[in-house]
Every structure is written in C-alpha cells, then in structure tokens.
Design a binder for this molecule. Structure first.
Ligand code: MTE
Ligand code: MO
Length: 316
C-alpha cells in the first residue's frame, strides 16, 4: 500500500473489474448505451449521504488537517465486506442501513430498543475531528458527526452491576459478503468498561464530513473511541448490552496474544509483530508521512486517569 494514486484521479475514473461490471450492468438495466455518460456513478469522492442541518463544533477536535473524503471512504477496515482496504467501499454499496433497530439489554432498569430516527432527532449532533489510529500502524484524521454515547446510555438506566458495555455488529451474510467466510467469529463484538463508555470523548457516530455515514464507514451508527486502536470503534451496531463480566471482543478471541480488551493506543507497547512507536498518516502523497504515535492517541490528559494503577503492558 505504499504507492498511492495521484490525488487528482477520481475513483470513478479507475475502472477495476468489479466497478466495470456494475456500471455495465446498471447501464444495461437503465437502457443506456454510452458508458461515458455514467462516469461517476460509483464515485466515492462524491458524497451521497444526507447532510445534517446544524452541527456544533467540538472543543475535543484536533487541529490536524483532515484526510480527504476520498481517503476516509475508500481506505477502510470492515471485514464484513472483505479484508482488503478497498473492499468495504466496493462491496457495501448495496447494503441497506434503513430501517435500523438497536436492542439494549442486560443490567439496566429500562431495557428496550431504538431506531436510527429515535436518536438522530432528539440528540444535538456535533462535529468531532478525531485521529483514528489503526492497530496496523496507520492513521487518518476524520471529521465525524455524533453525540456522546453517555447521553444515550443514561436513557436505559444501567444498574450497579453494569460494569461493562458489550456491542455487536449486524450479522447478515446475505448483505455482508465477508461474513460468508470464517475470518472472524461473527458477529463482530466489542466492549468497553462502563467508565470508558460514559467518557465524554466516546462518540456514538452517525456521520462524517457533515453527512450520514457511508456504508463502508459503519452506517447507520457506530462507535468512535479515539484513544483506542481503531478496532474498538465497532461499526453498524445492532446490540448494546450492559454486563457484569468483561466481554471478549472479536480480535481478542481471534488472537489473544496480539489484541487485548483495552487496546489503548500506546507507543511504548509494541504489537508482537511490529512496532507501535510510529504511524503512517494516510494521504500524505506518494510515500505517506510517518510520525510518532502519541500516548492514548494524544488524549492522555483526558483519559489517563481511567487507568490509574493498571499495568498497561499487561493490560494491552
Ligand atoms: N463491525 C466491524 N467494525 C469495525 C471493523 C470491522 O472489521 N468490523 N474494523 C475496525 C478497524 S480495525 C478499524 S481501523 C476501523 C476503521 O474505521 P473506518 O473504516 O471508518 O476508518 O473500524 C473498526 N470497526
Ligand atoms: Mo484497525
């Protein structure tokens, strides 16, 4: 992935086999004859999600320059749509994120469910520009849209036994071709301590670049936990459960010596197979720039106290 295409080439102009097939099939259906008229039909660089009317700016936003819309929507990890970085964009276009229902269960006074519209109307949305630091030592800067997960959690009144929150992604192999292979134990599961889930930085995310989330970024709603490696930021969530026991997350289950429950960004604790000291910022040109990784991804001042007395080398 070191060599990147020139920024002035739109993805719609790069016709790989899959795109070509889709476009041609679409043209046949629509009765078109000239392929040229449909250039751009699969363009990732042209946002299609509905724009949100008013977004408060967040004091938690970073000043780092944001990655382009194209970078953010064409270089993804979302194994439900394949393991290649281009797969989520390519294979999620037919995914239908509406209607959507999230079940809330476990240790709380008011278990129940909610739909996408139930949360997007009532909650004031913010734009939060966060660094996303993938465990694979690359990073991006993304202008997310969302609101603090804590605001949602309190509606369900977790009780004193609620020590953790467990999240699950949709399981639907008919729509998610990556789930037809056992690369992970589906559905994708993630977990946070209740304190992490209630931390003001933890964002229930419904959009990016001022618009509804594209499918490849976890439509219609996902988590973004900016001080943790990207895999904690679970996409397309359908279940939230308050638990007394610590849940085991998908990556921890798949490779417990490599991926832990906490997964706090930590340049001092290497992954067994590579260093975490530096990261490659996607979009930096022909050779993306490498820069030092910051403790807790730069959010140490806000979150370090959550781990007082915890050995971060053991609890990686
Ligand atoms: N359900 C689900 N959520 C997921 C993943 C996944 O494969 N499935 N990948 C994770 C990883 S490893 C990263 S780095 C981020 C990437 O988010 P982005 O593609 O929106 O940048 O999503 C995370 N959330
Ligand atoms: Mo990641």
């Amino acid at each position: 992935m070191l060599i990147r295409k020139a920024p002035d080439i739109r993805p719609s102009e790069i016709t790989d086999e899959h795109c070509y097939m889709n476009r041609r099939e679409f043209l046949q259906l629509a009765g078109f004859t000239a392929a040229g008229t449909m250039a751009g039909s699969l363009a990732a660089a042209e946002p299609s999600g509905k724009p949100f009317p008013k977004l408060a700016k967040s004091p938690f936003s970073t000043d780092d320059p944001a990655n382009s819309y194209e970078d953010v929507t064409t270089y993804n990890n979302f194994y439900e749509f394949g393991t290649g970085k281009g797969d989520p964009h390519r294979y999620s276009q037919d995914f239908a994120p509406r209607p959507w229902k999230v079940t809330v269960s476990g240790e709380c006074e008011r278990p129940g469910e909610f739909g996408y519209e139930d949360i997007v109307g009532p909650h004031a949305l913010e734009e939060r520009i966060y660094r996303l630091r993938c465990v694979e030592a690359w990073s991006m800067v993304i202008p997310w849209v969302g609101f603090p997960l804590a605001d949602l959690i309190k509606r369900f009144e977790p009780n004193s036994r609620a020590k953790f929150v467990k999240f699950k992604t949709l399981y639907d192999p008919a729509q998610m071709p990556g789930q037809r292979r056992a690369v992970l134990d589906w559905p994708y599961v993630e977990g946070l301590t209740i304190a992490e889930a209630n931390h003001p930085l933890t964002l229930l995310t419904v959009g990016l670049y001022g618009r509804e989330l594209p499918n490849q970024n976890g439509a219609p709603l996902r988590l973004v936990v900016p001080w943790k490696y990207g895999f904690k930021s679970i996409k397309s969530v359908v279940s939230i459960e308050f638990t007394e026991q610590r849940p085991r997350n998908s990556w921890e289950l798949a490779a417990p010596s490599e991926y832990g429950f906490y997964a706090n960004v930590n340049p001092q604790v290497d992954h067994p197979r590579w260093s975490q000291a530096r990261e490659r910022r996607i979009g930096g040109g022909l050779f993306d720039a490498k820069q030092p990784t910051l403790m807790f991804n730069g959010y140490a001042e806000q979150v370090a106290h959550l781990y007082d007395g915890l050995d971060l080398r053991r609890n990686f």
